[in-house]
Design a protein around this ligand. Structure first.
Ligand SMILES: C[S@@+](CC[C@H](N)C(=O)[O-])C[C@H]1O[C@@H](n2cnc3c(N)ncnc32)[C@H](O)[C@@H]1O
Length: 313
């Protein structure tokens, strides 16, 4: 059943034919015991409903109310909501309306979920929404999600880091209506020649091209554009170059929901020679493995021993 929310968003009510969200109650949904319930900001992942975390899914399964980012999160992500759960699409709500809806639901339910695309820490208005909840005394928790940047690398079987090529990844965007802070223009970031995951910029490809060129990237430098990474049956991968990115994306009709990746690592799967990771080098000693040719006691004296960031997890 679908109804119009008084706050502007569509309300989806599962199972019970009730006229609005205020009429919800269900044994399957937890209700607030004392004080407001907790609003959980849950990363829904990049699109494939199976890429939500187990924790995110179990919160949905016991949620009394879910506010999801309808423009980006596949509705399928709400398929685990319990009967009677109030489900609203935030697509047409303002930030104030979203905050008001979440505060209202936290007064009724112990578990309220704000479902966001990818990971909530990236371009998700997380802090803007948390502040009014803090002001209203509503407890907030965050569950991370698989970002579309990671899903795009996975789709194309690419690695963002390679030994002796780049060890750095930048998440950025080009300037649209949101201004870029000083020092963060694409040209400035691209001078590092590291991996750049460029969000929210598929309609601004001319700026992507200009920024990379200004930073000295050659016209034949490879780029990767992934549309709807991980979405079952909808994912599209465009391999192109700085010179032809606009043409290739136009041909592929990729005009929205796309990740642009510029990286010196792209295409490494086909390289004849790779500098190998030290971690798996037979001559490299670390906490979990002694080098095959290491002298007795080398482990204890190695400066790398017990360096947590150099040990496999
Ligand atoms: C508002 S941001 C949200 C990013 C999200 N928090 C994340 O971690 O992926 C939306 C942008 O993320 C990228 N995006 C989101 N989902 C995507 C997907 N499935 N495939 C490719 N890009 C995606 C696009 O660049 C889109 O413009």
């Amino acid at each position: 059943m679908r109804a119009r929310s008084p706050l502007g968003g569509r309300i989806f009510v599962r199972c019970f034919p009730m006229p609005d969200s205020s009429a919800q109650s269900s044994a399957a949904c937890e209700t607030a015991a004392t004080g407001p319930g907790t609003v959980w900001f849950v990363g829904a992942g990049p699109g494939d409903p199976e890429l939500i975390t187990v924790k995110g899914r179990s919160l949905i399964e016991r949620a009394g109310a879910i506010l999801f980012a309808g423009s980006l999160v596949d509705e399928a992500a709400t398929r685990w909501a319990p009967p009677g759960c109030s489900i609203a699409d935030s697509k047409s709500m303002t930030l104030d309306q979203m905050a008001a809806w979440l505060v209202l639901q936290a007064q009724k339910h112990r578990t309220v979920v704000r479902l966001q695309t990818g990971d909530p820490a990236l371009y998700g208005a997380l802090v803007e929404l948390v502040q009014p909840l803090d002001a209203a005394g509503v407890p907030v928790r965050v569950v991370p999600g698989v970002s579309s940047a990671m899903a795009s690398a996975a789709a194309a079987v690419e690695s963002f880091t390679l030994p002796e090529v780049t060890q750095t990844v930048v998440f950025t965007r080009v300037e649209g209506r949101t201004p870029m802070p000083p020092g963060e223009s694409l040209a400035e970031l691209a001078r590092h020649r590291c991996t750049l995951c460029i969000f929210l910029s598929i309609t601004l490809l001319h700026k992507v091209q200009a920024g990379l060129r200004e930073a000295g990237w050659p016209d034949d430098a490879p780029l990767l554009v992934v549309h709807k990474a991980s979405w079952p049956g909808e994912e599209r991968i465009v391999r192109c170059t700085v010179a032809d990115v606009r043409e290739r994306c136009r041909e592929a009709q990729v005009v929205s929901q796309a990740m642009i990746i510029a990286s010196p690592t792209l295409g490494a799967r086909q390289w004849p020679q790779l500098a190998k990771s030290k971690l798996y080098d037979p001559g490299f000693t670390h906490r979990f493995r002694r080098a095959s040719d290491a002298p007795q006691g080398a482990e204890a004296s190695s400066p790398l021993t017990d360096t947590p960031q150099d040990t496999p997890r």
